[in-house]
Design a protein around this ligand. Sequence first.
Ligand code: ZN
Length: 146
Amino acid sequence: MHELSVSSAVVDTALKHAAGRRISVVSLRLGKLRQVVPDSLSFYFEIVGRDTLCEGARLELELIDALMSCGSCGHEWDPAPKPQHGSLVGSELLLPQFRCPECEAPGAAVIRGDELEVESIEVEDPADDRRQTAEAPLGSSSPAPS
Ligand SMILES: [Zn+2]
């Protein structure tokens, strides 16, 4: 259910930025240390967005590779294990390594990989929005006021 709460936060943020306009695209930066499964996130995003201005919006995910830094020896490494042969994308999100592989000191710092932020949204043109939501009969086109 982790992805559900993340989706709610993403939709809330997008709606806040949209300021009443209909959202067409939400771009999200997602660090792999977040342990979020992209497919599940898209699934819940659609559900949470229902009956909001986020309904039907496309979720674009930018997955950020993780990078850790050891405070003792300065070694940097990617804590996410490489995908096993023949595995699916989800497995590379599992079991990040937080202990330095060089000197085995614990408590390494995360340089990147814990991102979870709405980078940008695209909203539809307000004129388009009005045309879609107005209950005017089909074919009634009004010239745009100058
Ligand atoms: Zn180290």
